[in-house]
Write a new protein. Structure first.
Length: 73
């Protein structure tokens, strides 16, 4: 058996599936918390929007950090 370079490993598809699940859960929790806060404060959906955007931003932050680590490898 030749002792050459090991085969290049591609990106793990389960890693990206996990990011999709994380996005869905974080946006869902943000919207749920925003609905609860809107009902509590008596506003018309501003916290739902803020919660959804916060959930999306947290997942994008995680994605950028993960890609930065992969580049450093």
């Amino acid at each position: 058996m030749p002792q050459g370079k090991p085969p290049e490993k591609g990106p793990n598809p389960l890693l990206y599936l996990g990011l999709g699940v994380q996005l869905a859960v974080s946006v869902g929790l943000g919207v749920f918390a925003g609905q609860w806060l809107d009902r509590r404060v008596g506003t018309d959906g501003i916290f739902v929007l803020l919660g959804g955007m916060l959930g999306f931003a947290s997942t994008m932050f995680t994605l950028v950090r993960m890609l930065g680590r992969r580049r450093g490898e």
